[in-house]
Ligand binder design. Structure first.
Ligand code: DHB
Ligand code: FE
Length: 284
């Protein structure tokens, strides 16, 4: 059977991608941020999965106001890095896993979550920046990726509670796949940030760190945080954090297993307009 061995959580700021692509990671502004991912890059080499189920949000790249799926699963064989305005990032093509993705779609839809199936799409910084942070600049990404896009851009957005339940359904789906695969689930986006309006630039370190504490030790409490609290405390784009609850909901302890091991925790402010948070949790 396939199994979920670990979850990874990280912010996805586009300027981080530009810093990597333009060779600026050792500049004074960026060095402390990238230092926090040195452990992670080594951990990734020591714990390379077959597949990463990568929960992220599209930023009006693959989807637009024409079409707004709440939850969309990528079932394609490959995904091109998108042109977001500066040209596509110079990163490898993302290879998919159509068999596992189709199986998860079947299982999760039968568990009553209505997913949109996407057979063709490009992937933006929401997906490629987490890959770069965790893997550096390889010629080829070292695993297959199932992109799972969540609408946190255009209202109405899904609740943290529903995202947490969806994670539990994804875990069941992965474990019922007939094939021996090591799967990681990543929750990306966040932490506190607001890019618009009078509160643009908002960062809330205390709230972010309390969220990390809860996500690690009491994920059901994190899942109960109402939408309005994200917006009030973590800013309008802080709502991206509900995606972390999908990954957390897929961990073994939520299904009655042992608590995960915290392999790494990192927090840094700011990167561009955003507070950067990062966790690695391993299933026992
Ligand atoms: C920034 C952060 C985001 O999450 C995003 O999608 C775009 C920009 C920023 O901090 O600049
Ligand atoms: Fe974003």
């Amino acid at each position: 059977m396939a199994r979920i061995t670990a979850s990874v959580f990280t912010s996805h700021v586009p300027a981080i991608g530009a810093a990597i692509d333009l060779g600026k990671t050792q500049e004074a502004y960026w060095q402390p941020l990238f230092q926090g991912y040195e452990f992670s890059k080594q951990w990734m080499k020591d714990n390379t999965p077959d597949v990463v189920f990568l929960v992220y949000n599209d930023h009006a790249t693959a989807f637009s106001l024409d079409l707004i799926p709440t939850f969309a699963i990528g079932t394609a064989a490959s995904y091109q890095p998108a042109d977001e305005g500066w040209g596509p990032r110079p990163v490898p093509v993302v290879e998919g896993h159509p068999e596992l993705a189709s199986h998860i779609a079947q299982s999760v839809i039968q568990q009553d979550f209505d997913l949109t199936i996407v057979n063709k799409m490009d992937v933006d910084h929401g997906l490629t920046v987490p890959l770069s942070l965790m893997c550096g600049q390889p010629e080829k990404w070292p695993f297959k990726v199932i992109p799972f896009a969540v609408n946190v851009v255009q209202y109405p957005v899904p609740s943290g509670r529903r995202c947490f339940q969806l994670g539990q359904a994804i875990r069941k789906a992965v474990e019922s796949f007939d094939g021996d695969l090591n799967v990681q689930i990543w929750g990306t986006g966040g932490m506190s940030h607001q890019l618009q309006g009078p509160r643009a630039g908002l960062i809330n370190k205390e709230w972010d760190n309390a969220f990390l504490d809860k996500l690690i030790a009491d994920p059901a409490a994190a899942a109960a945080i109402p939408h309005i609290e994200y917006v009030r405390e973590a800013g309008s784009e802080g709502i991206e954090l509900v995606m972390w609850l999908i990954a957390r909901g897929a961990m073994a302890d939520v299904a009655g297993g042992p608590a995960p091991k915290l392999a790494h925790r990192f927090f840094h402010v700011p990167a561009s307009n955003t507070a950067v948070g990062h966790l690695i949790l391993e299933n026992a």
